[in-house]
Design a protein around this ligand. Structure first.
Ligand code: IDP
Length: 157
């Protein structure tokens, strides 16, 4: 994920422009701008789609839907992406840094993944993270549910 300009955690993304040939091409452009990733090297396909939902925001009336994609990469590619992140066009302004998600729970039953879920996320980015972890098979629904159960955010809802 990434730390955003507003102090919240979110994913790379943005508005699909008329010039973009497809949703996937628009996301590729945003990946280049926000993460320094060459879309030719990391092409997105429809199979990487995780979820879509209606979007309503007074300040962005032209945006009608939120499309979320997850691309699986190797550990070596992650290292390359991290090394490149500082060269992204929007690094230091919109994007303040790449953030790894701790996917473990420590012996106290809370620190690690459940504690990470208590961060401040933009929009529905927390739910998007959970959806992506299930869709990619990184975590089971049961593992997600038990982490959510001990996270504090779920008690405040
Ligand atoms: O990673 C994300 N996941 C889910 N929703 C997001 C994410 N990033 C932005 N949004 C939604 O889009 C709105 C506008 O995002 P942002 O503040 O980044 O504007 P911008 O895209 O015009 O710069 C946010 O208030 C939020 O509802």
């Amino acid at each position: 994920m990434q730390m955003r300009f507003d102090g919240k955690l979110g994913f790379a993304g943005g508005i699909i422009e008329v010039e973009d040939e497809s949703v996937e091409a628009g996301i590729g452009r945003e990946m280049l701008e926000e993460m320094g990733i060459d879309p030719a090297v990391y092409p997105l396909s429809k199979g990487d789609h995780v979820s879509s939902q209606p979007f309503h925001c007074e300040t962005l009336p032209q945006v009608k839907a939120l499309h979320f994609y997850a691309l699986e990469v190797t550990e070596a590619q992650i290292a390359e992406i991290e090394n490149n992140a500082r060269n992204a066009i929007h690094y230091g302004e919109e994007v303040l840094g790449w953030v790894r998600v701790p996917l473990y729970t420590m012996t106290d039953g809370y620190n690690g993944f459940p504690a990470f879920l208590d961060n401040n996320f933009v929009g529905n980015a927390r739910d998007q993270l959970l959806e992506a972890l299930i869709k990619t098979g990184i975590m089971t629904k049961e593992e997600i549910d038990s982490a959510v159960k001990v996270a504090k955010f779920s008690k405040n809802q």
